[in-house]
Structure formats: structure tokens, C-alpha cells
Design a protein around this ligand. Structure first.
Ligand SMILES: Cc1cc2nc3c(=O)[nH]c(=O)nc-3n(C[C@H](O)[C@H](O)[C@H](O)COP(=O)(O)O)c2cc1C
Length: 380
């Protein structure tokens, strides 16, 4: 058994692992400049992330391949099944954590309980679960299911997670006859080794999503792009948990780090000149069309402008600048908000690009808000 730990004075860093040639910045040049998603390249990337100092890898996942134009250019594609990929990455790294996405909708609790227990036990306590309900009708159709209404999906997810937690912790058979799920018996050993459970992460921004996170999760990934927005989420979570907080907002960000003043901004602008408008409209249509909280970020814009802003990475916190500028922003987040973790997407992903973050970690270490994961016995 391995108690789950985190140093409250420091930030943990998740690397948003590539689930396609690009994510959150649909630039054709970025798609061309990244390596193929081969097992060798992905394993090398996971090892580099571990070596550079990331605490965890976060693997997002969706099921349906209905975004045909985006797919053609490699935007959000190809993507391996998150938890199968997680096993490969956990098996070829030493201490980095791997958070993989598993849907509550479309699965049964015993599936997820068993997959999670296997991943956590096999990795000696390095797995976490990104709990998602699925936001797309196309995905539900793939399973031959009706698309379930938004808040009901979260109600179902709560019952689902309760059963998974029981299956993980109970050694005697359980007997649950719920509103949505039934489960009788017990899963085979192994059980997760992290205590009390592996970390649970979610990314809902709606009232139902935030309430779900406040009950079940350790991290709530958020598209908050400013400290004021993070503080407002802190307050909402504190009210919901009545001060008994375990969940903290994890800002989702996009990093381009270059040593010279203005160089990172120049690269960002250069990538934007090849923004794939068709792919952007397709993906934004899905995300902004299905997720009200994402749409609300751009509610002062017309639909075309909103799609282009979304496709340019403007829905996420930007860590674009010199190591000093990026580190200053992160130190300020640590000092002024309740965030314990930051999740980072690199629009250009390869081993060299990941290493551009090493000088940022050096500055954070000096400031006392980060320590190398190699020197401690936890990955979050
Ligand atoms: C950084 C990030 C990663 C996400 N990853 C996934 C994912 O892998 N699969 C998925 O179905 N939804 C994913 N989502 C969507 C959320 O799970 C959620 O459906 C969305 O944020 C809308 O939540 P809301 O309806 O409560 O506002 C992600 C969201 C964010 C911000």
C-alpha cells in the first residue's frame, strides 16, 4: 500500500500527453513539425517528460472518429486508447504518474474498477483516473446509445464512481441496486495500491461538473485563464466542500518557452499563420456546440470568431515567453490561488521541445515551489 502524498507548498506538473499531432492549437505547421505517433516516439516522450521533471502524464480520450477533416491533417488524431497507452507508458518509465481518461457513460463500473486496479497495482501506485461523462452525441451513437442529458450524465457518474470506489475498497462482496447501475460481488485482486484511492481528476466547468468534482476529485482541470478566475473557482469549491477541501483547480495551459525576449510569441504567431480553418471549425463545432461552459468563454464573439479563438489556443492559459516570464506566472499562481497542479500542453511536442521547460523548473526550484520528482516518493 502506498499513501498518496503531495507537498502543499509546491506545484505538481502534468504533461498533457499528445493524443494526436495537435491539440488546442490546430496549426498545420505544428502538425507537420511533430513526430509520428509511433510507440518509440511516445515512449521516448514519456521518458523525457519524466527526466525533465513532470510529475504526471495526462492522457485524454474520446471514442468517435467523426471529425473527418481534422483527422486528415492529424489534429487530435491519431489517438490511442488512453488506458492501454497508459499501461505502455507506466511500463517504460520509473516514477512519473499517468492519469488516463475513462468514461463513466458507455462503461460499467466493474470495467473501470478492474482496469484502474490493474494499472495502479502494476505500476506500484502511479495511476490516476480522469473521470469523464462524454460530451458528444456522436460518441453516444457509436455505442448505439441515446445521448444522455447533461446534468443526468453527472448524476449517473456519481453513482458509477461510488460503485467503483466500493469495488476498490471492499473485500467482501458488494450488493448495489442503484438507480442506474447494479453490481453484486467483488472484483478479483489486485486492488489499487494508492491509499485511500488513486487520484481522481475531472474537468467539468458547469455547476453540475463542479459539484461532482467537489465530491469525488482531487484535481479539477479548468480552462480558467486568469488568477481571478482561479480564485473564483477556489471559492466555489470551498463553499461546496465547506472548507474540507481536497479538490484543487488545475489550470490547463499551453506552453511555448524560448530563451530570447519575444521569441516564443513569434513562434506562436508563426504557427497561427497556418491555422487549419476547416479543422478548427469542425472541432470547435463539436466542443463549443456541445459544451456550454466552453462556449461561454467566447460569448461576446460571433461563431466564426469564437471558433478561431478556440482553435488558436485562446481557451487555455498561455505560458508563452522566456523561462523567467513563464516561471513568474507559475509562482504567482502558486502564491495567489489554491492550485496544487498545473496541466501543460505543448503545441509542438517532441523531446527537444519538452526540454525547453527545464529552465522553468530550475527557477521554480530556486523559489521553493517545485522539487524534482526523482527526489521524492510521489508523482502528483
Ligand atoms: C483539459 C481538458 C481535458 C479534457 N479531457 C476530456 C477527455 O479526455 N474526454 C472527454 O470526454 N472529455 C474531456 N474533457 C471535457 C470535460 O470532461 C467536460 O465534459 C467538459 O469540460 C464540459 O464540462 P461541463 O459540461 O461540466 O462544463 C476535457 C476538458 C478539459 C478542459
Amino acid at each position: 500500500m502506498k499513501p498518496r502524498k503531495q507537498n502543499p507548498d509546491q506545484l505538481g506538473f502534468g504533461y498533457f500527453f499528445p493524443t494526436g499531432r495537435t491539440n488546442f492549437l490546430y496549426s498545420d505547421e505544428a502538425a507537420r513539425r511533430v513526430p509520428d505517433l509511433t510507440s518509440e516516439n511516445l515512449i521516448s516522450l514519456a521518458r523525457t517528460a519524466e527526466d525533465v521533471g513532470f510529475d504526471s502524464l495526462f492522457i485524454a480520450d474520446n471514442w468517435s472518429g467523426h471529425q473527418r477533416v481534422a483527422e486528415q491533417f492529424g489534429h487530435q488524431s491519431p489517438a490511442y486508447h488512453a488506458s492501454l497507452l497508459a499501461m505502455a507508458l507506466l511500463s517504460t518509465t520509473q516514477h512519473i504518474g499517468v492519469i488516463s481518461t475513462l468514461h463513466t457513460t458507455h462503461h460499467k463500473p466493474a470495467h473501470v474498477a478492474r482496469m484502474g486496479a490493474t494499472l495502479d497495482a502494476f505500476s506500484k501506485g502511479r495511476w490516476g483516473w480522469n473521470v469523464v461523462t462524454g460530451f458528444s452525441a456522436a460518441e453516444a451513437a457509436l455505442f448505439g446509445e441515446e445521448f444522455i442529458e447533461h446534468d443526468l450524465r453527472y448524476t449517473m457518474a456519481a453513482e458509477f464512481v461510488d460503485i467503483v470506489l466500493d469495488l476498490w475498497s471492499e473485500h467482501e462482496p458488494i450488493d448495489i441496486d442503484g438507480r442506474f447501475y447494479r453490481a453484486q460481488g467483488r472484483i478479483k485482486l489486485p486492488r489499487p495500491v494508492q491509499q485511500p484511492t488513486p487520484p481522481l481528476v475531472s474537468a467539468g466547468a458547469s455547476p453540475a461538473g463542479i459539484e461532482f468534482a467537489s465530491k469525488y476529485c482531487d484535481q479539477l482541470v479548468t480552462l480558467a485563464t486568469t488568477e481571478a478566475q482561479l480564485q473564483s473557482l477556489d471559492t466555489k469549491l470551498a463553499n461546496l466542500t465547506q472548507g474540507l477541501r481536497t479538490v484543487a483547480p488545475t489550470p490547463f495551459s499551453m506552453a511555448i518557452v524560448r530563451p530570447g525576449d519575444g521569441e516564443a510569441e513569434e513562434l506562436y504567431n508563426q504557427l497561427l499563420t497556418s491555422l487549419n480553418r476547416d479543422a478548427t471549425f469542425e472541432i470547435a463545432g463539436d466542443v463549443l456546440g456541445s459544451i456550454e461552459s466552453a462556449r461561454a468563454m467566447f460569448n461576446k464573439m460571433g461563431p466564426e470568431q469564437a471558433a478561431l479563438a478556440f482553435g488558436s489556443g485562446q481557451s487555455v492559459m498561455q505560458l508563452i515567453g522566456t523561462p523567467e516570464q513563464v516561471a513568474a506566472k507559475l509562482i504567482s499562481i502558486k502564491r495567489n490561488t489554491g492550485s496544487t497542479n498545473v496541466l501543460i500542453n505543448f503545441p509542438l511536442w517532441n523531446d527537444t521541445e519538452l526540454r525547453t521547460f527545464a529552465p522553468v523548473f530550475d527557477i521554480l526550484r530556486e523559489a521553493g515551489v517545485w522539487s524534482p520528482p526523482q527526489t521524492r516518493d510521489y508523482s502528483w
